[in-house]
Design a protein around this ligand. Structure first.
Ligand SMILES: Nc1nc2c(ncn2[C@@H]2O[C@H](COP(=O)(O)OP(=O)(O)OP(=O)(O)O)[C@@H](O)[C@H]2O)c(=O)[nH]1
Ligand SMILES: [Zn+2]
Length: 361
């Protein structure tokens, strides 16, 4: 096991692990302001004491009240307290995905509550305590590794990203299976009830970075960031799925076939690849880290709508993304509409390019 991570005060670097960190939990329909409130109240069977602790102004106060009433602790407490603590800890990470991702980020480090006062839940200050709280946290971490969405994606880190449309936050993620990296750009704030303006954008180096005119990706990327900035809040998930999942070099091979007359589907198939090899299940984890449950999705692609519905994400609205139609991408966009069911209304503006559409299919 890697070197030990010590925690104690809620404001410490790993303070989120402490029961004194204020993360509310709901247990059997009862709301508790912290796991400490829940744990301390469960020492007592008398409702008056339970309620006094339950509504204490802070975890500290809940702890002190429990000491004040310690003569009234339930007789079976020593035989049930481990289960009560485990319930509190597992509910905390189940109900706060961001904390679950941070717990997983402790990887295989030993977790120890460095408490001079407590050799049962903590390490007793001299490292010789039982550290039962640390053991439950490590047990919760192992459990999370096996369940969706935590088995599909890991959060890595975040930073600030000033752009010409506004200053976004940049969040990095990685799929543990294949180490594939993905990022999310976020702007503004929202609650779990908000319908967040969201773009799922598949990486397209040629469009996104080289301003290629033979597809619509670059235009859509820039428009999405502009719309999110105008809205004042939103999410752009930048998924490393170059070439509809076939990769950059295969996309160049496909482009070569398209230069010779294939359309964007035929080219993939003639390379022995599927028309679209993208998968989106890990997106559930990225959006749960970002506390996004409802979205207004910027897309023309019904496949993305289906995929997100399978990720327990509610799509309140599809916001069309018909951008940058030009002679070089006209046939490509039309093929997406005709053969992939994309909901693209090229409109009279776009139709002007039909006559002089280039052979880039
Ligand atoms: N194989 C292949 N991939 C392409 C071609 N043109 C663009 N792409 C890829 O297609 C993907 C386009 O992604 P998006 O624009 O996010 O998604 P979409 O499926 O077009 O649907 P929207 O959300 O409506 O834009 C990117 O990964 C591009 O690299 C092509 O001709 N062949
Ligand atoms: Zn593209």
């Amino acid at each position: 096991m890697d070197e030990t991570i010590f925690f104690y005060e809620p404001d410490d670097p790993y303070g989120f692990l402490s029961n004194f960190a204020c993360y509310p939990i709901v247990v059997e329909e009862e709301k508790w302001s912290s796991t400490e409130h829940y744990y301390q109240a469960n020492k007592f069977l008398k409702s008056q004491m339970r309620d006094e602790i339950k509504y204490a102004g802070s975890p500290d106060e809940a702890f002190k009240l429990s000491r004040h009433y310690e003569k009234h602790i339930r007789e079976d407490w020593s035989s049930v307290k481990l289960e009560v603590m485990k319930k509190a800890i597992f509910e905390k990470f189940a109900q706060h995905p961001k904390l679950a991702f941070l717990l997983l980020n402790t990887e295989d480090h030993e977790l120890k509550e460095h408490s001079h006062k407590d050799a049962y839940w903590g390490d007793g200050g001299n490292g010789k305590g039982e550290n039962n709280l640390g053991k439950i946290l490590m047990e919760a971490r192992e459990f999370l590794k096996e369940i969706r969405p935590y088995n599909l994606i890991r959060y890595v880190d975040s930073s600030i990203l000033p752009t010409e449309w506004g200053t976004f936050a940049l969040h990095g993620f990685v799929e543990p299976e294949n180490q594939q990296e993905h990022v999310a750009l976020t702007l503004g704030k929202w609650t779990a009830d908000s319908a967040v303006l969201t773009r799922l954008h598949s990486e397209c180096l040629t469009g996104d970075a080289f301003a290629s005119m033979r597809c619509d990706c670059g235009y859509q990327l820039r428009k999405s960031l502009e719309l999110i900035a105008k809205q004042g809040s939103g999410v752009l998930l930048y998924l490393r799925q170059e070439g509809r999942g076939i990769g950059l070099l295969n996309k160049i091979k496909a482009y070569h076939l398209q230069d010779d007359g294939d359309d964007t589907i035929e080219a993939n198939l003639n390379l022995g690849l599927a028309a679209d090899m993208r998968y989106y299940d890990f997106v559930e984890g990225m959006l749960s880290y970002l506390n996004v449950k409802k979205i207004r999705l910027l897309t023309n692609n019904p496949e993305k709508i289906n995929a997100l519905n399978n990720c327990n994400i509610e799509i309140t609205e599809r916001v069309p993304m018909v951008e940058g139609i030009n002679p070089y991408n006209f046939n490509y966009v039309e093929t997406k509409a005709m053969k992939m069911g994309h909901k693209i209304d090229i409109g009279p503006e776009g139709q002007r390019f039909r006559a002089n559409a280039k052979t880039y299919n």
